[in-house]
Design a protein around this ligand. Structure first.
Ligand code: MG
Length: 248
């Protein structure tokens, strides 16, 4: 069942997602050569706590990190640790926040001194794919319209869509119905209604779409070890235009 949020629920989701967005941006600003991914996780946790929230990911099904930090060929679910960020890295930062009973969820991919045109194109395309999906996310459209717009944007640029991981409904639970695939057909899937809240999160690979989970049990890597990018916004469906709850 897809939960429709009341105005009061949406007000709370604006708070949790607003905090997630601010933390995402502040941690992104810290992602620079020499900084460890563990330091980024600790910094995020400090910011989340100061805002009165708690990390949505720490302890979720046993996940050991405060946020997900996924570098280069890591797609999602990277665990903060001793790895130091280097020039030329792309770093996906995924921030989840729980406050006042509601979740916020957002991600960005930071380019740290990236000069490789193919990598820049990958990151920009993934961001554009998210924007194309957001443009379809309004009352009267179907979920497949969102999925298709994302897929078309990524594939038209020569990249592939990760299929093993998808976006999701969000609210009082971190993962609610429906699943939000980044691939699909126009005009298919659930009708979008006012008050639905969705985390839309394209994961786009340079090479093949295949991924595998690393030995740590969490980090999702591209099978061909080529770079992958990830962006995520949590949105509220409305008449006319989508409301992005995790806007900067
Ligand atoms: Mg998510």
């Amino acid at each position: 069942m897809i939960v429709i949020k009341s105005d009061q629920d949406l007000e709370r989701m604006r708070v949790s997602n607003g905090i997630a967005a601010r933390v995402r941006d502040e941690v992104a600003a810290k992602a620079s050569p020499g900084v460890t991914t563990a330091e980024l996780g600790e910094y995020a946790d400090e910011l989340i706590r100061k805002a009165g929230g708690k990390s949505a990911f720490l302890g979720y099904r046993g996940f050991p990190g405060q946020i997900c930090v996924s570098v280069n060929d890591a797609v999602v679910h990277g665990i903060p640790g001793p790895r130091r960020i280097e020039m030329g890295d792309i770093v996906s930062l995924d921030v989840g926040v729980l406050i006042d009973g509601f979740y916020g969820d957002t991600a960005t991919t930071v380019m740290v001194g990236v000069t490789d045109p193919a990598v820049i194109k990958l990151v920009r395309t993934t961001q554009r794919a998210l924007e194309a999906g957001l443009a379809e996310a309004c009352v009267g459209k179907r979920l497949g319209d969102v999925s298709h717009a994302i897929q078309r944007t990524a594939e038209a640029a020569g990249f592939t869509i990760v299929r093993d991981f998808v976006g999701h409904g969000i609210g009082r639970d971190l993962h609610e119905e429906p699943q939000v695939p980044n691939f699909g057909k126009q005009g298919r899937g659930p009708l979008l209604k006012a008050g639905m809240t969705l985390a839309i999160e394209p994961m786009v690979n340079t090479g093949r779409a295949d991924v595998e989970v690393q030995k740590d049990g969490w980090t999702v890597l591209t099978k061909d070890r080529l770079p992958s990018a990830h962006f995520e916004h949590t949105v509220a469906i409305r008449d006319g235009e989508v409301e992005i709850l995790t806007k900067t």
